[in-house]
Design a protein around this ligand. Structure first.
Ligand SMILES: [Zn+2]
Length: 281
């Protein structure tokens, strides 16, 4: 079978400290493949192991770009390991590293010696737009409200745009910043947002985003302790019902076919009978 040309692999769906430290869900981040360009976003602790164990296997040596949206552990724990793997241990510099300035300089999430191993090091900033490969663009429209420099992103290839709203407190500018996307991925750490103690979105915020943006499909990920054991799936189903947008909760190991978004979302909503392989959570 010919593999789909455009996919999104969830190497991990864990959100925030406790789910990560207990590995109740994995924290490997996301891997996008768009027309031969592979982009790994937010590799937390264990990301390299999850990539090598996943089926089909994600080959770190073939990663073209590594994006770290902010310098928290659950987004950056394995970043140096990924850079070494994608650059043949630094012996053949290749690929692109993108991160906020404070994650490259103030508190380097990729150790300084390893930052030289990539062919391009790009700084994410509000309004920046980078071409990762011909026709594949990564834009960071908005500085998020998350305590440290943090950027969500829009990733586009001809005829397709995805938006990934990463960690943030609610901002009225969010819907417009991520408007017009085919696929909306929302880091939904809690059931209810708008508590400045956490600076994370809740499922209520995710619903507001989905309802305003109206993507073809929405996916909740970066799920926190409150959303364990089926709660994320329940909330996603409720969001689907109220907004009319097929919305699903991601699972560890899930490979989403971006060419068949609606069909893939429908399949995902049917609970698996028996967990197996790396989709076991
Ligand atoms: Zn964070």
């Amino acid at each position: 079978m010919i593999p789909p040309a455009r996919t999104l692999k969830f190497l991990g769906t864990a959100g925030a400290r406790f789910v990560v430290s207990t590995q109740l869900r994995h924290s490997g981040g996301l891997v996008w493949t768009l027309d031969g360009t592979t982009v790994w976003v937010d590799p937390g602790p264990g990301a390299l192991v999850r990539a090598l164990a996943s089926r089909p296997r994600v080959d770190p040596a073939k990663i073209d770009a590594l994006v770290v949206t902010h310098r928290h552990l659950d987004h950056a724990g394995d970043a140096t390991a990924i850079v070494e793997a994608m650059s043949n241990g630094g012996f053949s510099p290749r690929g692109t590293l993108l991160a906020p300035r404070d994650a490259l300089e103030d508190e380097p999430v990729v150790f300084r010696y390893a930052q030289r191993f990539v062919a391009r090091r790009l700084v994410l900033a509000e309004g920046s737009r980078h071409e990762l490969a011909p026709g594949v663009f990564l834009e960071t429209p908005l500085a998020h409200d998350h305590g440290i420099e943090t950027y969500g992103y829009r990733l586009s290839a001809p005829g397709f745009t995805a938006g990934h709203v990463v960690d943030t407190f609610w901002m009225d500018a969010l819907p417009r910043a991520y408007a017009g996307v085919d696929l909306l991925v929302v880091n939904t750490t809690r059931e209810h947002g708008r508590d400045r103690k956490y600076l994370h979105l809740g499922a209520d915020d995710a619903e507001a985003l989905v309802g305003e943006i109206k993507p073809r499909v929405a996916v909740l990920t970066h799920l926190g302790m409150q959303l364990a054991r089926g709660r994320a799936e329940e909330l996603a189903l409720a969001i689907s019902g109220r907004t009319g947008v097929p919305t699903v909760a991601a699972r560890d190991g899930w490979l989403l076919d971006l060419d068949e978004l609606e069909a893939a979302a429908t399949r995902r909503r049917v609970p698996p009978r028996r967990p197996r392989g790396d989709d076991a959570r």
